[in-house]
Ligand binder design. Structure first.
Ligand SMILES: Nc1ncnc2c1ncn2[C@@H]1O[C@H](COP(=O)(O)OP(=O)(O)OP(=O)(O)O)[C@@H](O)[C@H]1O
Ligand SMILES: [Mg+2]
Length: 501
């Protein structure tokens, strides 16, 4: 396997504790120039923490050592990481939106070099790099106007400008469309051939097989091993990640052979007068309805209209035969509709509040005795939910902001289920969630459907739609373009409708 001789970067015996949580214990990792090195592991395995140590965001515990080109280095902060040629692109991008592209590319550099960079020199330099990256925007554009994919490109440009040799990308594709993802991969291959060392974190197995030269796996904060290209196989990686074989992945115990129950939700002619037009669908009790389509086809917009998050221009929504007058999310919640947002950071969780507080937020009213939350009930509830979804946190009093990305997603889902909805809409429920938790979430969806709940799932992962749904509607350009059921639900059929092939 790996010899230290060929490694450009070597992290040795790296440990990190947060209070009582040992996020990393004696992890070692070798990364070579000119390779894409995938770093894999379940939610909370320690991937982001390891990379934050590399980029100077966290200091490692004593005893840890980092070598670059065989020299021991000490990374004391983001500046020192930058000087050593290390750049990281986080799950949440970190640009200043009201500055221009050029200003962002040069941000912090004047200080590092201790000299002033003139605006024209800056813009010329930025233009050079943007050309190299094939960017469709210019140095003077404001970052606020750019899409997520374009902002990522600015971050990469920034890294190149720092003469970065080690580029870390932490789940860069979770919010990209397929085409944007493909472009990013092209760029990564280009950078690899130019000799850059790229560390790539993703929960999407298919991406890893497509891109990675080597894969290293972490489990529970410990290093499990590294695979070379020929050894990389799905079963092997999964077994290393979860420490066992996963068995059958998609559960579909509900309504198998039984046929769906009565109609629970009837949506007719819903639109917003702009992007979404005349959308109709039913969801039966005990059924999982998939809402498929390309990114931008209007799936989330449709869900938001049904949920009252955006203004509906027309149409009707019925739940169990009752016409609902939904104008706000609160109306929807009161009627028994719950919506899991795809955007957990901005809309979903209160990051400063504890796991327990977040979990109980949805039910405070139900439990309040004389205006106070029943603490014992609250604790019992959060313990149950934490166990059911295998949420990893130091304690239920730990702040949600300190949880790993996938575990935050689980908290959000658990909280929704606590409200006991009759119609559950899940928007990208497994985004950023590891493979073990994925199968737990599928099991949960299956269970709530079996209990008679009506469930709608929006997902960009076709395998997921095919694996868990009883019926699928496919959206295209703001309309319901077709529907599929039973054995008609295949990836090919969905794509054919989604692209009007
Ligand atoms: N700032 C922090 N404060 C407290 N605990 C933390 C902090 N950052 C990380 N942790 C804990 O360290 C462990 C590893 O988290 P990390 O974010 O590195 O996981 P990850 O492998 O990146 O997971 P994911 O795939 O979900 O993003 C988790 O148990 C997490 O709760
Ligand atoms: Mg992470």
């Amino acid at each position: 396997m790996t010899t230290a001789d060929t490694a450009y970067l070597r992290m040795e015996n790296v440990s990190k504790t947060f209070g009582r949580i040992q996020a990393l214990s004696n992890v070692s990792l070798d990364v070579r120039l000119g390779e894409i090195h995938a770093l894999m592991g379940e939610n909370g395995a320690g991937k982001s923490t390891l990379m934050k140590i590399l980029s100077g965001a966290y200091l490692p515990d004593p005893g840890s050592a980092i070598f670059i080109d065989r020299n021991r280095v000490s990374i004391t902060g983001p500046q020192s990481a930058q000087t050593l040629g290390i750049s990281i692109i986080y799950q949440e991008l970190s640009l200043a939106p009201n500055l221009t592209v050029a200003e962002n590319i040069y941000l912090g550099r004047e200080i590092a070099r201790n000299r002033f960079v003139s605006r024209s020199a800056m813009e010329a330099g930025a233009a050079d790099i943007l050309r190299r990256l094939n960017a469709s925007f210019g140095p003077r554009d404001k970052v606020a106007r750019l899409s997520i994919a374009e902002r990522q490109l600015v971050e990469i440009a920034r890294a190149l400008n720092f003469k970065c040799r080690i580029l870390v990308m932490d789940e860069p594709t979770t919010t990209l469309s397929e085409r944007e993802t493909e472009r990013l991969f092209q760029l990564m291959r280009q950078l690899r051939s130019e000799g850059m060392a790229i560390v790539y974190i993703s929960h999407r197995m298919s991406e890893v097989y497509e891109l990675a030269d080597r894969v290293s796996v972490l489990r529970d904060g410990a290093y499990v091993g590294t695979l070379d290209r020929p050894e990389i196989a799905p079963e092997t990686v999964v077994r290393m990640m979860v420490g066992r074989d996963l068995g059958s992945f998609y559960k579909k115990a509900h309504s198998v052979g039984g046929g769906p129950g009565t109609v629970a939700v009837r949506v007719r002619d819903v639109g917003d007068g702009r992007r979404i037009h005349g959308c109709s669908f039913d969801v039966h009790h005990g059924e999982v309805l998939g809402i498929a389509g390309l990114v931008g086809a209007g799936r989330t917009e449709l869900a938001r209209l049904v949920y009252g998050a955006d203004h509906r221009a027309g149409g009707t929504i019925e739940l169990e035969g009752r016409a609902l007058d939904i104008r706000t999310p609160l109306d929807a919640q009161k009627a028994g509709i719950a919506y899991l947002t795809e955007d957990r950071k901005q809309l979903g969780l209160f990051l400063d509040m504890s796991v327990s507080e977040n979990l109980n937020l949805g039910v405070i009213e139900k439990d309040s005795k004389f205006g106070f939350l029943d603490r014992i009930m609250a604790r019992r509830r959060s313990r149950k939910a934490t166990a059911a979804l295998n949420i990893k946190a130091a304690s239920s009093d730990a702040a949600v902001g300190g949880l790993s990305g996938g575990n935050q997603q689980k908290v959000l889902l658990a909280r929704l289920l606590e409200t006991g909805p009759r119609f559950l809409i899940l928007d990208e429920p497994t985004r950023g969630v590891d493979i073990g938790a994925k199968s737990e979430i599928y099991k949960l969806i299956d269970e709530v459907a079996k209990s008679g709940m009506a469930v709608a799932v929006i997902s960009s992962e076709l395998a997921e739609i095919v694996g868990i749904c009883d019926r699928v509607i496919v959206m295209r350009e703001g309309r319901v373009a077709g529907s599929l059921k039973g054995s008609e639900i295949t990836q090919e059929n969905i794509m054919a409708i989604a692209t009007a092939a």
